[in-house]
Ligand binder design. Structure first.
Ligand code: NI
Length: 153
């Protein structure tokens, strides 16, 4: 495992759409392991592959403080959303930027695991925000586009 460099706002790649993963092979597993290490080292709660310069639909997440909620999402899609929440959000690719976004209160996601098996995940609160934030990254969208109140940034 190794950590990778996190790309920041000045890199055009962040605005590009990531391609689906088709091969569930060692190359993907190495990417996932590196992303996990990179996310924890940066004290992040989520990381999309595009943030380490790889345009594939791959996300790692962990919204817990004790690192017990680790998730890998390959080709994730939001299949249900409900309600609204307004909370502060930030991003490892936009150091120092914070803003209040509008996100669904409850989100259901379907995604493949590292072996290609489809699973369904449900999130509320921070986990719901994180699902939306990371899946946005795969479509080249940064959270600043979702900010409804810029006063605190
Ligand atoms: Ni982000």
């Amino acid at each position: 495992m190794a950590t990778r460099n996190i790309v920041t706002i000045d890199d055009d790649i962040l605005y590009k759409r990531s391609r689906p993963v088709e091969k569930f092979d060692q190359r993907l597993w190495t990417l996932l392991d590196d992303m996990r290490e990179t996310m924890y080292k940066a004290n992040g709660v989520g990381l999309a592959a595009v943030q380490v310069g790889v345009l594939r639909r791959v996300v790692v997440m962990d919204c817990t403080e004790d690192h017990t909620g680790y998730l890998e999402l390959i080709n994730p899609e939001i299949i249900e959303k409900e309600g609204e929440q307004f909370e502060n959000e930030g991003c490892l690719s936009l150091p120092g930027e914070v803003g209040v976004t509008c996100r669904p209160a409850v989100v259901k996601v379907k995604a493949q695991d590292r072996n290609g098996k489809w699973c369904v995940y449900k999130g509320t609160e921070m986990k719901a925000r994180c699902f939306c934030h990371e899946i946005d990254h795969l479509d080249g969208i940064l959270f600043t586009r979702r900010v409804i109140d810029n006063k605190e940034s």
